[in-house]
Write a protein that binds this ligand. Structure first.
Ligand code: NAD
Ligand code: DAU
Length: 357
């Protein structure tokens, strides 16, 4: 059904896990065309081995989704019939410091892809947009986000994603473009760039560096292992009702302090002790809070469960143990990300981005 699936942002954390999931762990038989601009968050080493193993079924283009000409050429040359759209600026703190790229990629870039799809409506089977629970804003102590919760984004990041969601829905209502949207909670797992809470804490706990906790660490996130998110996206793409939104969550609410102390405990048990035999929780350092910091996210994903039978497989405990092990086992990936060597490799292979695929 999807013969030529365009995956945008496939060199990022979730996109790379999704491409691996589709090619290695699913019955998908079509071709994946990965388009990624390779920003600081895009790392071709997240897909090491894939091009060699799937040479006829995997193609990569370095390109910017905002570039209409480059996108039109890829849609035509590769006969794109479906899109799974991950490409975005994804880090809340960066959106607070410098919102421009968020507006450009997340809003304008999404619109650009929608236009390419609309212009080829007769060949489009599906446009799936990968979005976030942050569009709903913040919960108080109780309650869950449902698909009917009013959008109320707090950060430039979440506002840009909310805007993109509205454009995707508008293209369904106005033009009949077949779309689905998934709004997912916080992901963790292999290949996550270490600016996000879990990989940052793991890598700092390995080296004995400070573990910066915003405010008092009482904010709550609902954690989902990335492989469960990838399965959910595939289910929605295959069985989701067109024009619908599906919440995806982990049933796994934790305060940030619970997450950080759990990481410290696992690492104290499995790594040599720090100097003076201090527990790693001694590395916790309270720092200034994030402006507009949402207190709590929690997802009601009963629509996805009832319509598609999807449930998370990993618990937070099993998923976190596996994730910590992955970062400890993959020294080369970690070293090249931390030292910026993956950027030098990109420069030597691709030069600076011209926007052409
Ligand atoms: P990421 O930052 O790890 O990866 C983003 C990828 O998009 C990178 O490879 C980057 O190079 C690429 N990209 C950025 N701008 C681009 C452009 N203009 N053109 C082409 N490629 C571009 O992000 P992630 O954590 O993998 O998130 C992927 C998607 O999932 C995002 O849309 C994000 O909003 C959404 N999401 C993330 C989470 C999470 O917890 N990480 C949860 C819910 C939803
Ligand atoms: O909820 C889904 C969202 O999850 C995605 O849409 C975003 O793309 C993704 O980045 C993530 O956003 P968060 O802001 O929730 O993730 P982050 O890892 O940045 O922060 C998680 C929590 O940890 C948050 O409450 C802020 C806190 N934090 C984060 C960092 C990086 C700290 O206390 N210290 C830190 O150093």
């Amino acid at each position: 059904m999807f013969n030529n699936l365009l995956v945008t942002g496939g060199c990022g954390f979730i996109g790379a896990n999704f491409i691996r999931h589709m090619l290695y762990d699913s019955d998908f038989k079509g071709r994946i065309i990965n388009v990624d601009k390779l920003t600081y968050a895009g790392n071709p080493e997240n897909l090491t081995g894939v091009a060699e193993e799937f040479d006829k079924r995997y193609l990569f283009f370095r390109a910017d989704i905002c570039d209409a000409q480059a996108m039109a050429k890829i849609f035509d040359d590769c006969r794109i019939d479906s899109v799974c759209h991950f490409a975005a600026e994804s880090h809340v703190d960066r959106s607070i410091a410098a919102p421009d790229a968020f507006i450009q990629t997340n809003i304008f870039g999404t619109w650009q892809l929608l236009e390419q799809a609309r212009l080829r409506m007769d060949q489009m089977v599906l446009f799936h947009h990968v979005s976030t629970d942050e569009v709903y804003g913040s919960l108080g102590e109780t309650g869950l986000f449902t698909e009917h919760t009013r959008y109320d984004p707090s950060s430039p990041y979440s506002a840009s994603k909310a805007s993109a969601d509205h454009l995707v829905s508008a293209y369904f209502r106005t033009y009949g473009l077949p779309v689905t949207i998934s709004n997912c909670s916080n992901n963790y797992g292999p290949y996550q760039f270490p600016e996000k809470l879990i990989p940052l804490m793991i890598l700092n706990a390995i080296t004995g560096d400070p573990l910066p906790v915003y405010g008092r660490g009482t904010n709550v996130r609902d954690w989902l292992h990335v492989t469960d998110h990838c399965r959910a996206i595939r289910e929605i793409m295959l069985g989701g009702r067109r024009g619908q939104t599906y919440n995806v969550g982990g049933n796994s609410e934790k305060t940030n302090m619970e997450v950080v102390t759990r990481i410290c405990k696992i690492m104290d048990d499995s790594l040599p002790a720090l100097e003076d035999r201090k527990p790693r929780t001694d590395l916790i350092t309270y720092v200034a809070d994030r402006p507009g910091h949402d207190l709590r996210y929690a997802m009601d994903f009963s629509r996805l469960r009832e319509e598609m039978g999807w449930e998370p497989v990993e618990t937070f405990e099993t998923g976190l143990e596996k994730t910590i092990q992955w970062y400890m086992d993959n020294h080369k990936w970690v070293d090249r990300v931390k030292s910026g060597q993956y950027r030098q490799w990109i420069k030597s292979h691709y030069g600076s981005l011209t926007g052409r695929a």
